[in-house]
Write a protein that binds this ligand. Structure first.
Ligand code: HAM
Length: 438
């Protein structure tokens, strides 16, 4: 342990790029995850949980050994005694594809629609909106090559964002075409960049040799200037890919999904083929946004199942960053009611009433009535003050007489009126007064 200035042990802090989700923040997390689960289940996506770590080779193979994720951002695990190399998962698509193949989901009725939710890890430089441990929910669909499936994934994402109460966003969409289309484009792109080579950052000079498409989404200002005037991938698409792209865009228009064509969008993962997209706050150009602003992204990865050892199956999906969605909810001023806030306070008077109060609390909890309490306190004034502080509407008072009579005193905090109620009917009565579902 590091020593502080005076030789005392330094206070241990959370690892860089991670955060504690403290109680006051939980309402946002619950709201986003519960909404995501409800919407995705509603659209018949089924939940799949995969391990938090996988063999490193899975990620390198899927996202591409030249991608930032594989080159610099993997959290590799040091395993006692050597053996297989493992890494914490940086994203969810590769593990889902691995599970799809390993669990024989190809024989399930098509299309197979899965969703996931949980922590992911990238050893990136922490900054606003970019964490080393972050959380995503994602959805993946296997077994459809139809443009309407690309639209479906985007539409479900749009519905979900709307359901969350977000308004100020837009889908940026592009097509990467087939590997053949990309080959022809890359030649022209390399030529363009070779002429401006001197203006590029060191990484991009390297990328130009190993993975030229990546120069298009470099976050460095000077590289973005060169990217702005680069030839466009959409001009090099095959007729088939062009048609697919046009179909998708027309359907998005008809469904009124806010979108914009972004010919510079290539995404940072190698497995994509065809349509790719990101959701950005509206009025943000892809170039100026960099990647840390995207709320989510997705696309088609038709070749990935085969590449990871399965049979050829077209597939596509998307994932959203929960931290970034929560930031947007706050920025857009979406008001959340804290459904978990206790509206009942249980107070007790006298030593003998404490155990009686615990029994009353048990009844309330079993009836799913959330209460606050301070069983260790004595004075009634003190307890009523606390009930006021947490904004309770009702106080249940248990005194020695009430324990004997199997009753409680129910106090209305707004009016100060008190009445005696049988413990037997207390939960039901409170449920009615709090307007809880019966
Ligand atoms: P991605 O664009 O790398 O795609 O990540 C999806 C979303 O996760 C981002 O748009 C962002 O909101 C969030 N995110 C990524 N990195 C961080 C970070 N360091 N800190 C905070 N949030 C972050 C994928 O992961 C693909 N697997 C998506 C996909 C699914 N494509 C097809 N299916």
């Amino acid at each position: 342990m590091a020593k502080g200035a005076a030789g005392t042990p330094a206070v241990i802090q959370a690892p860089r790029g991670t955060q504690d989700i403290v109680p006051p923040e939980q309402k946002y997390w619950e709201y986003v995850t519960e909404t995501a689960k409800a919407v995705l289940r509603g659209w018949d996506f089924e939940r799949l949980d995969t391990p938090i770590f996988e063999e490193t080779g899975l990620f390198i193979h899927a996202v591409g050994d030249e991608s930032d994720i594989a080159r610099k951002e993997l959290f590799e695990l040091k395993v006692r005694g050597g053996g297989a190399a493992y890494s914490l998962r940086p994203e969810g698509t590769a593990p889902v594809v691995r599970a799809y193949i390993e669990r024989g989901m190809r024989s399930w009725p098509k299309p197979v629609k899965l969703f996931y939710l949980g922590p992911f890890f990238r050893y990136d430089r922490p900054q606003a909106g970019r964490w080393r441990q972050f959380h995503q929910f994602g959805l993946e669909l296997f077994g459809s090559a139809a443009p309407v499936s690309d639209v479906q994934i985007m539409f479900v994402s749009h519905v979900l964002l709307q359901q969350l109460g977000l308004e100020d966003y837009q889908f940026q969409i592009n097509s990467l075409g087939s590997p053949g289309d990309r080959g022809a484009y890359i030649k022209v792109l390399k030529e363009h960049y070779r002429r401006s080579r001197a203006k590029l950052c060191r990484d991009c000079k390297e990328r130009l040799k190993t993975n030229p498409l990546r120069v298009l989404d470099c976050k460095e200002e000077k590289c973005q200037q060169v990217a702005k005037i680069a030839p466009r991938l959409t001009d090099y698409l095959s007729d088939e890919a062009k048609q697919h792209f046009e179909n998708v865009v027309t359907m998005l228009e008809k469904l009124e999904v806010p979108h914009q064509i972004a010919s510079g969008l290539v995404r940072g993962l190698d497995y994509y083929s065809g349509i790719v997209w990101e959701v950005l706050p509206r009025a943000t150009e892809v170039a100026e946004a960099g990647q840390q602003q995207a709320l989510g992204g997705g696309g088609r990865y038709d070749g990935l199942v085969k590449q990871l050892g399965g049979k050829d199956v077209p597939a596509l999906g998307a994932a959203f960053g929960i931290e970034r969605i929560i930031d947007r909810l706050k920025q857009e001023g979406v008001e959340l009611t804290d459904v978990n806030r206790p509206r009942v306070f249980v107070a007790q008077l006298g030593e003998a009433a404490k155990l009686g109060a615990l029994k009353v609390m048990r009844r309330l909890q079993e009836a799913q009535i959330h209460f606050a309490e301070s069983i260790d306190r004595e004075g009634m004034q003190q307890q009523l003050k606390q009930a006021g502080r947490i904004g309770a509407s009702w106080v249940v008072i248990v005194g020695q007489k009430e324990v004997l009579d199997k009753t409680v005193i129910l106090r209305n905090m707004a009016s100060g009126m008190q009445e005696v109620i049988d413990q037997e009917v207390l939960a039901e009565e409170l449920g009615r007064r709090l307007d809880l579902p019966q």
